[in-house]
Design a protein around this ligand. Sequence first.
Ligand SMILES: Cc1cc2nc3c(=O)[nH]c(=O)nc-3n(C[C@H](O)[C@H](O)[C@H](O)COP(=O)(O)OP(=O)(O)OC[C@H]3O[C@@H](n4cnc5c(N)ncnc54)[C@H](O)[C@@H]3O)c2cc1C
Length: 405
Amino acid sequence: MYSDVIIIGAGAAGLTAGIYAAKSGRSVLILDHMKKPGKKILVTGNGKCNLSNQLQPADAYRGMDPDFIKSTLSRFGLIETLAFFKNLGICTKSKNGYLYPLSEQASSITEALCDELNHAGVKIHTEIHVSHIYKNNFFTLQTQNSEYTCESLIIAAGGCAASKQGSDGSGFSLAKELGHNIITPLPALVSLISDDKRFKVISGVRREVKAVLLAGGHEYKEAGEIIFTDNGISGIPVMQLSRFASQSLFENKKVIMTLDLFPDNSFDELFHMIWLQRKNNPGKTAENLFRGICNHKLVYLAFLECGTAPAIPGFSLQKDDISKILKYLKSFPVSITGTGDFEQAQVTMGGVDTHEVSAKTMESKLISNLYFAGEILDVDGTCGGYNLQWAWSSGAIAGMSQNRK
Ligand SMILES: Cc1cc2nc3c(=O)[nH]c(=O)nc-3n(C[C@H](O)[C@H](O)[C@H](O)COP(=O)(O)OP(=O)(O)OC[C@H]3O[C@@H](n4cnc5c(N)ncnc54)[C@H](O)[C@@H]3O)c2cc1C
């Protein structure tokens, strides 16, 4: 079967590319191995789809080639994205800068994109898995039962994260087969694992923290609520830091996270609170003097780690003991030994080396008429709508570039 333009992947990037490619007047076909298009969009933002962010700091996007990312976003960024969705009938609302469809339903995004494609005459063939691609004058795509040919090919097959939604990493094999360098894909926006036995004691505790990650000789900071799990830590600040942990662990470097469990209180403030408790409540156990300021599981652990018996009378707790316990809680050390796997990750870091792709067109610098868009490229964003913004931006540019032919 022939089409002028074929897009592999009916995700955020592929569907956007299809809408813009159709404006060129060329025939456009989208192939996807899932039963329905836009599966991953449906699970984004807890089903509400955090489609972008009012703030667009450069460091929200990460990859080996920051200039490539900057250049792409300067061509099709937030303003263009909002105009695009407005045209599709999608109004947006902001929650602390995070942008969502006003409907608060991710399905409204998938439906609007598919309606527009239908209207533009773009066909979507589902349950078609592209296993190999050959390039002569045209591209030949090998699938289970048949072959597809096209003049122009856009690979928007996503990464390896959350393969239940379709992105099984096969896009990387296809790009590699065509001669592209793949920066090692690793899980990002994912929980962190520690083989530290202490986690069994504090599992389930949630707390606002300031987190500092030491990885590969660099220090990265985040703040917010974390959750201790049976085998590590999770929560937004942890996810934001995870790509740096992923990278360093892959390079066999040591990764340590230090948590300030009292980000809003100075050491002196806390010391005085406990000292006053000790004075006013001579009958309390040492451990119970801390009850009003911190989760009992953390306090119990801190006592054990600092070599103080939790059940001793409070009045026998000395200034040095209090100091030691508070210092431990203000810089709680966590040795990171792994990350959650790709199934738990929200995004893939690494992918098609963007030094081999034009930021103006998303066309391969190695093979003419071959384009890439979305998460398959070596670009990953932080939490807050940046990964979808990347998918809309790169997808739109890859689609618009079909107009040049
Ligand atoms: C749980 C979860 C929540 C998220 N929430 C947000 C959020 O709120 N905001 C945000 O910005 N980002 C979020 N993300 C990240 C964001 O969803 C992705 O970065 C983005 O959807 C990637 O779009 P894409 O089109 O590049 O890839 P995908 O959406 O992964 O689409 C790729 C498509 O290609 C198809 N495909 C792959 N290989 C083949 C093949 N060989 N043959 C045929 N078809 C193939 C797949 O079936 C898939 O449909 C979230 C991710 C997850 C997992």
